[in-house]
Design a protein around this ligand. Structure first.
Ligand code: SF4
Ligand code: SF4
Length: 318
């Protein structure tokens, strides 16, 4: 039995939740882009990759985090008074300063802020609490051929929590999909696939060095795991975050198509770059590295889609 332990978390305020607990940063009901039919997508926190274009920077840290919405702040300084860790202070020019290394995401400033200028991203939840949410739309899943999708972050970063969520969903008759970067130890991946009906598998670049430059890790483990999943007979759809300049070259598209064909895979979804996540970087005090990157011009994605289709692949655009 692979050891999946490591999901026992305590709340930032020190109190404990009993049972298997994980950190969830969003539960999206009626999702239609994360697998077949109508789905609930559960986003787990924590990711070992650092994709330059990441639209969910709040997913990277495995624990809850404070977001500061400066545009809503009226500088009443109540947060400065209430912070027990001196993480929030008043700068000489009157601005609000947050020292992220001191912030424990205790939420005290969120409670007191009169303008909702502060939020905590990431909630500690038990397996039962998540499943309760997921089961609310069981009827919609049945009628549409949908189910639940576990995404992230990289959901396998919370392996024990994930395994129980997948198992509990299947035991309730709910179709399960796992959205993964594939950057995970093969033994953990195998274990969570025991209760996974469909794998949504992200491939960011086919070249190991370029992959490392874009995401912080090379892609050999990812490509090996893809082969393993196919060998296990699991249905898999490839997903490609399509980023202008960085991974849209003809050479990369050709390498992707050839890799898919070598595995007998037919379905690929393209997820064209957008900069909607940019504002979140500011709210988290993080730097957005693709500030100058322009989204695709009209027709460019259609051309890449046609290129992939010319290899006999079925291509969706999300
Ligand atoms: S969440 Fe707010 S009150 Fe709590 S430590 Fe962070 S800045 Fe201070
Ligand atoms: S409590 Fe809210 S509105 Fe007041 S200074 Fe802090 S963030 Fe701004």
């Amino acid at each position: 039995m692979v050891d999946l332990k490591g999901s026992s978390l305590s709340k930032p305020d020190g109190s404990q939740k009993t049972g298997i607990v994980g950190c969830v940063f969003n539960i999206e009901r009626f999702a239609i882009r994360d697998g077949p039919g109508i789905r609930t997508t559960v986003f787990l926190k924590g990711c070992p990759l650092r994709c330059l274009w990441c639209a969910n920077p709040e997913s990277i840290s495995p624990t809850p985090q404070l977001l500061y919405l400066e545009n809503l702040c009226t500088r009443c300084y109540r947060c400065v008074e209430v912070c027990p860790n001196k993480a929030t202070t008043k700068a000489p020019d009157g601005a609000i300063k947050i020292d992220r290394s001191l912030c424990k995401a205790c939420g005290k400033c969120v409670e007191i802020c009169p303008n909702k200028a502060r939020q905590i991203s990431g909630k500690l939840m038990t397996v039962e609490e998540v499943l309760e949410e997921v089961k609310k739309d069981a009827l919609f899943y049945q009628n549409s051929g949908g189910g639940v999708t576990f995404s992230g972050g990289e959901p396998t970063q919370q392996p024990e929590f994930l395994w129980h969520l997948l198992k509990g969903s299947q035991e309730s008759g709910i179709h399960t999909a796992l959205d993964t970067s594939g950057f995970v130890k093969p033994e953990i991946l195998k274990k969570v696939l025991e209760h996974t009906n469909l794998v949504l598998y992200d491939i960011k670049h086919m070249d190991p060095a370029k992959h490392k430059e874009l995401t912080g890790v090379d892609n050999r483990l990812i490509l090996e795991n893809a082969r393993m999943i196919v060998g296990m007979g699991k249905p898999m759809i490839i997903r490609v975050p399509l980023i202008p300049v960085h991974n849209d070259s003809q050479e990369n598209i050709k390498a992707l198509a050839e890799f898919m064909l070598s595995l007998g895979l037919k379905k690929v979804d393209l997820l064209p770059y957008h900069s909607l996540g940019k504002i979140k970087y500011q709210r988290l005090g993080m730097e957005y590295q693709l500030s100058d990157l322009k989204p695709f011009a009209e027709g460019e994605v259609a051309k890449i889609k046609a290129d992939l289709e010319s290899y006999g692949l079925q291509v969706g655009v999300g």
